[in-house]
Design a protein around this ligand. Structure first.
Ligand SMILES: NC(=O)c1ccc[n+]([C@@H]2O[C@H](COP(=O)([O-])OP(=O)(O)OC[C@H]3O[C@@H](n4cnc5c(N)ncnc54)[C@H](OP(=O)(O)O)[C@@H]3O)[C@@H](O)[C@H]2O)c1
Length: 240
């Protein structure tokens, strides 16, 4: 039976691959992001519904919640994928600005939709957060890793609270994933080679690697897997 799947940041990169994976099953897929044009294009290609919004803004999250309730009534899967290391993407000034920006980009974009949509989840529903290898090791001197790590105990508390409703809550923490907008113009051949050399698999991760993991966590067979963090990094976090 078709399910209703909500993917934040579903217009690009990992989120788009997650949306495509569920759409391939005939599920109803809703993608959320700030850039309406990017979102509409992806939605058209995937047969998904685009709901443009900045998920760090409570009023916009409430608007999305109302649209979901109105159009679908309930949802089955919430993939909190929106995020990124905004310290590297802008000309942010001091420490407070940089940490606040990454808090908004990685914590609020996950916590606000979760709190707003949790009562829409059906029994056997799923919540998945997208964290990062940066939450387990160094974060290039940025607040990105600390902000992703914030999501882990939040997910564990949610898993305890929602378990009695049959809902699982898990975290997927990718390593280096190429073919996304994450690195923008900061990636070069030397850095890419360094990141690949850290893996045991000898390759970069792909959005599909992460999408298949989210898809599995959302499957009936993963119903007893909750409050876990699944790392998708080719072993890179363990070190060579
Ligand atoms: N690529 C990697 O190597 C890697 C590794 C570990 C973890 N991750 C994590 O994986 C997730 C997906 O990133 P990606 O690699 O696929 O990069 P990406 O292509 O930049 O995707 C990020 C998505 O999030 C959306 N987004 C960002 N801020 C938002 C906001 N305030 N409200 C709504 N949507 C927002 C963006 O769309 P708009 O700009 O249009 O809003 C974009 O579609 C992120 O959480 C990232 O931190 C990535």
């Amino acid at each position: 039976m078709a399910r209703t799947i909500v993917v934040s940041g579903g217009g690009t990169g990992i989120g788009r691959a997650v949306a495509a994976r569920f759409a391939a099953d005939g599920d109803r897929v809703v993608i959320i992001g700030r850039r309406a044009d990017v979102l509409e294009k992806a939605a058209g290609e995937l047969g998904a519904t685009a709901l443009p919004a900045d998920l760090s803004e409570p009023a916009q999250v409430e608007r999305v919640r109302a649209a979901l309730a109105d159009r679908f009534g309930s949802i089955d899967v919430l993939d909190n994928n929106a995020g990124g290391n905004v310290e590297r993407h802008g000309d942010l000034g001091g420490v407070a600005e940089r940490w606040t920006a990454n808090f908004r980009a990685n914590v609020l974009t996950a916590v606000l939709p979760t709190e707003a949509f949790r009562d829409l989840l059906n029994p056997s529903g799923r919540i998945v957060f997208i964290s990062s290898i940066a939450a387990f090791r160094r974060s290039n001197g940025t607040s990105y890793g600390p902000m992703k790590a914030t999501l882990h105990p939040y997910a564990f508390d949610l898993a305890a609270a929602l378990g009695p409703r049959g809902i699982t809550v898990n975290v997927v923490a990718p390593g280096y994933i190429e073919n996304t907008e994450f690195f923008r113009d900061t990636m070069d051949d030397e850095r890419r080679a360094t990141l690949i050399a850290q893996t045991h698999t000898g390759r970069a991760g792909t959005p599909q690697d992460v999408a298949e993991t989210v898809y599995w966590l959302a499957s009936p067979g993963a119903g007893h897997v909750t409050a876990q963090i699944i790392q998708v990094n080719g072993g890179a976090e363990r070190g060579r």
